[in-house]
Write a protein that binds this ligand. Structure first.
Ligand code: URA
Length: 309
């Protein structure tokens, strides 16, 4: 188990600034990123716990913090477990009834898109931005790629995966001999998760935000009936498979099932960007893609087999 220490001073400063600039939310984003790397606990000293406890008992509304589940739980021991960052089981997001119109797959997907545009459940959460970024690609695709949520670039262009992570994804598709027109690309949240004082900074969606988005993803997949789904990163995998913060490392290397469709979990393309990854990490992602190609009986050349070796 990896531990990371914060001093009381760190937290005091974060708390003070949080009131004005929302820095505490950034801390939570940081903790989530640590979680993605497989860190399950962080240690807090008495001072830090005091500050968090004080924050948690404040009367003022604190949607982000409440959303992350921290505020509901007084810190009673010297560690905050990864689970405490998970959304509280209270306020469950109920399944939505979506009426899908149209005959062709394209028409039916368009019908879902219209409904997502004014999604009352997403609005009700109050933690997502207003601009809806729907999926792109081929409704007749054999592969559906599922990502996390739109970021600032995606919101600007109203299309998923168009920022740096999108360019990485394009590279992965090219290596597989595919283009965007061959696949369908969706996200577990159709809305960019909001942050105070937000500019180009993004955060992963919470479990509740993903639960809202999954209402659409479920129906999209039902319409498309792909032969294989690729979950890109921890949020997509956990949201899709109904898991609770299971790291990608534990989910890779085997087939999962979503509504009878095989699912392969791999790293999020931005993980490769963030870590300036070595060929070892790239190879791991590529091996996941080779599995997908094998599943779909796609031709695989010797050159393709040897990428990143
Ligand atoms: N990351 C995602 O997971 N989805 C996007 O659409 C963009 C970046």
């Amino acid at each position: 188990m990896q531990l990371r220490d914060f001093s009381a001073g760190d937290f005091s400063e974060l708390r003070y600034v949080a009131v004005v600039h929302g820095v505490l939310e950034n801390l939570i984003v940081f903790l989530r990123q640590e979680q993605e790397k497989g860190v399950t606990h962080v240690s807090l000293d008495e001072g830090a716990r005091h500050v968090l406890r004080e924050w948690s008992t404040r009367k003022a509304p604190k949607p982000q913090i409440r959303e992350m589940g921290i505020a509901k739980r007084p810190a009673i021991d010297a560690s905050v477990s990864a689970e405490s960052l998970e959304t509280s089981p209270e306020l469950p997001v109920r399944e939505m009834t979506l009426t899908i119109e149209g005959n062709s797959k394209a028409e039916r997907i368009a019908s879902l898109q219209r409904q997502a545009q004014n999604c009352p459940a997403a609005k009700a959460l109050g933690t997502l931005r207003n601009m809806m970024v729907f999926s792109v690609g081929n409704p007749e695709a054999r592969i559906v790629f599922v990502g996390e949520a739109p970021g600032s670039e995606e919101e600007r262009k109203k299309e998923p995966f168009v920022g740096p992570a999108g360019q990485k994804l394009d590279g992965i598709l090219k290596a597989m001999g595919l283009t965007r027109a061959d696949v369908y690309i969706t996200n577990v949240s159709k809305f960019r998760p909001a942050m105070p004082q937000q500019t180009t900074n993004n955060r992963p969606p919470t479990a509740k935000e993903m639960a809202v988005g999954m209402n659409y993803v479920r129906r999209e997949i039902e319409v498309i009936q792909p032969q294989c789904i690729v979950a890109l990163g921890g949020s997509a995998a956990n949201g899709l498979l109904g898991l609770n913060q299971v790291p990608v490392g534990e989910l890779r290397g085997k087939w999962h099932d979503f509504m009878g469709i095989p699912v392969r979990v791999t790293f999020h393309p931005s993980y490769l960007l963030r870590t300036q990854s070595s060929n070892t990490e790239k190879r791991k992602l590529w091996e996941d893609m080779l599995e997908v190609m094998g599943k779909l009986a796609m031709p695989i050349s010797e050159k393709q087999r040897g990428y990143f070796l």
